[in-house]
Design a protein around this ligand. Structure first.
Ligand SMILES: Cc1cc2nc3c(=O)[nH]c(=O)nc-3n(C[C@H](O)[C@H](O)[C@H](O)COP(=O)(O)OP(=O)(O)OC[C@H]3O[C@@H](n4cnc5c(N)ncnc54)[C@H](O)[C@@H]3O)c2cc1C
Ligand code: SF4
Length: 523
């Protein structure tokens, strides 16, 4: 049967969420002739309607449903109702993302074996290796058009990159270039090349940056096997007496509850909504939530060890011109406990517009130091730190005890506290970032605290043994055979690299596995 599908069609694969994981999986399955319905909570906003203005774009695309926070992280003080900066729209956060696309390193799949036991951390090895993922990484890079792979040229360096590179050279860093970016450096895949407009975080109006919104989804739809239903907010997943999932209940565009039957359900709502949905689907048979026999659903929430360093120079840099993040230093990404922490971090160029700079530089701050930094905006350069944070059980997405959303479901309460390893890594990175800019004449440098999480990981983690995690090496839940997790929540550990390339890679691999199991009749 071809799209659109009936609500009582129990032969379809239902995917919840249309971002990096869900949008990719939907297309991959449709290309194999499998019938797919994607239920997406957000609206469908085509790229020509994106807004090149930071707050207006945020209002247009961000996930703004009520959330609360707790724990020791500064975000819970500075942005108590905004733990994460993610998107509610067709294409998910791939509309907002910057495009940095890096493979994980081999040892990062073996965090427990490589780092050993780290007190307070819930480390575990992934049940897969880099070698197993390599062919799928190659497919993902080709699909996304990642620069410096498959013979694709790197992007040109903007002024922010030139300052960054000069500082890197002074510090003796050797692995610095304009990055592996899922942004077209030349026309490719019927999409334009980057126009250097500098609004990557607001959605690329040119379609030069890869997003499932205008790559995977229309390609899947063209097969006639993929139906995307925008403004369809899933509230729970239901199951039969055998414990197999059977249907998904969602609020449609008019807020009316509908039930879509399914042969298989794949959850790809990003790492806050995905575990929340499993927890909110608790039943008499599964009183702690779906797929939660290990008690690990919602636990081990990771968000990468982040922070930024901005520096003001005597002369203009105009760092807001050109790509937001095309510049990387990978010399600190390796594991070297001599530095006082396990794991590593990347440094990546980053520019913010004036409105976001004012919000993030020193949240809630005012006074001479803050005002003079804003005065130096045109002369500012900036970089972002992204490093491996430690999974910890108490860092968790929980259901709020009393507050409910517009559909009567408990809202997520997101708890996070830095591990001592995260703090040591961030301080090291701040020092290196400041040294880099001071080496090329910075007048002042500003280590800046992390802002709401853009990388949300780990809350339905992958494990060899059912008692250690939620899903197996294919993203299939240990407890329920026809229930899969298809987003960053399946990450066992976070690694130092930006996560999306790995989310897409896992989705391509998962599609092969689902197709095989459907043919074999095991699901
Ligand atoms: C500003 C910014 C910059 C970034 N830059 C980079 C980068 O350079 N490199 C990188 O690797 N990553 C980057 N990221 C992170 C990247 O965007 C995410 O890691 C990635 O999109 C996550 O994929 P996902 O499939 O897990 O979730 P998403 O892409 O967020 O998709 C989840 C989708 O599920 C939908 N959904 C959620 N709950 C429900 C529900 N109950 N019912 C129906 N639909 C639901 C949401 O509306 C959303 O559309 C960036 C993120 C931001 C915000
Ligand atoms: S800088 Fe390039 S990738 Fe970024 S929004 Fe502009 S055209 Fe798109």
């Amino acid at each position: 049967m071809a799209a659109p599908y009936r609500l009582d069609d129990d032969s379809v694969v239902v995917i919840i969420g249309s971002g990096a994981g869900g949008g990719t999986l939907g297309n991959e399955l449709a290309q194999k002739g499998i019938d797919v319905v994607i239920l997406e909570a957000g609206a469908r906003i085509e790229y020509e309607d994106f807004i090149n203005d930071e707050w207006d774009s945020f209002a247009q695309l961000a996930w703004l449903d009520h959330r609360t926070t707790g724990g020791g992280w500064r975000v819970s003080k500075d942005f108590p109702n905004l733990p994460a900066w993610i998107v509610k729209a067709v294409g998910g956060t791939t509309t907002h993302w910057a495009g940095a696309s890096l493979r994980f390193q081999e040892h990062e799949f073996k965090a427990l074996s490589t780092y050993g036991k780290v007190e307070g951390a819930n480390l575990l090895d992934w049940p897969i290796t880099l070698a197993e993922l390599e062919p799928y990484y190659a497919k993902a890079e080709d699909k996304m058009g990642v620069t410096r792979t498959h013979g694709i040229e790197g992007l040109p360096g903007n002024n922010n990159f030139k300052v960054f590179k000069a500082g890197a050279d002074k510090l003796g860093y050797e692995k610095c270039h304009t990055g592996r970016m899922a942004i077209n450096s030349a026309e490719r895949d019927d999409r334009m090349s980057c126009q250097q407009t500098g609004f990557c975080f607001q959605g690329c109006k040119w379609g030069a940056k890869w997003s499932t919104l205008y790559t995977e989804i229309p390609k899947g739809e063209a097969t006639g096997r993929l139906e995307v239903r925008p403004k369809s907010h899933v509230v729970r997943i239901e199951h039969n007496d055998d414990g197999k999932v059977t249907n998904v209940v969602y609020a449609d565009k008019d807020g009316k509850l509908q039930s879509q039957k399914a042969r298989i359900v794949c959850v790809a709502g990003n790492s806050i909504e995905s575990p929340r949905l499993l927890l909110n689907s608790a039943s008499a048979k599964f009183p702690d939530g779906l797929a939660n026999s290990s008690g690990q659903v919602g636990k081990n929430y990771m968000r990468h060890t982040t922070g930024s360093v901005y520096a003001v120079f005597e002369k203009p840099v105009h760092f807001y011109r050109g790509t937001t993040m095309a510049g990387i230093i990978q010399d600190e990404a390796h594991h070297d406990p001599q530095r006082g922490f396990v794991g590593g971090y990347e440094m990546e160029t980053l520019a913010l517009g004036v409105p976001f700079m004012a919000a993030f530089l020193d949240p809630g701050g005012w006074g001479r130091s803050f005002a003079s930094a804003m005065d130096g905006y045109a002369n500012t350069a900036g970089l972002w730190i992204v490093g491996e944070d430690m999974p910890q059980e108490q860092n968790a997405v929980k259901l709020h005890a009393t507050l409910k959303d517009q559909y009567g479901m408990p809202i997520p309460d997101v708890w996070f506290t830095d591990h001592a390893n995260d703090v040591a890594m961030r301080n090291h990175a701040y020092r290196q970032g400041q040294a880099l800019y001071e080496a090329v004449g910075a007048i002042r440098t500003f280590p800046t605290p992390p802002y709401p999480s853009t990388h949300n990981l780990g809350t339905n983690r992958m494990s060899e043994k059912a008692e250690d995690g939620v899903v197996n090496k294919w993203g299939q839940t240990h407890d329920i055979k026809n229930l899969f997790i298809s987003d960053g929540s399946q990450f066992t550990t976070g690694a130092a690299e930006n996560p999306t390339l790995t989310i897409v890679t896992l989705a391509i691999r998962q599609a092969d596995n689902i197709a095989e199991q459907m043919t074999a009749g095991t699901i």
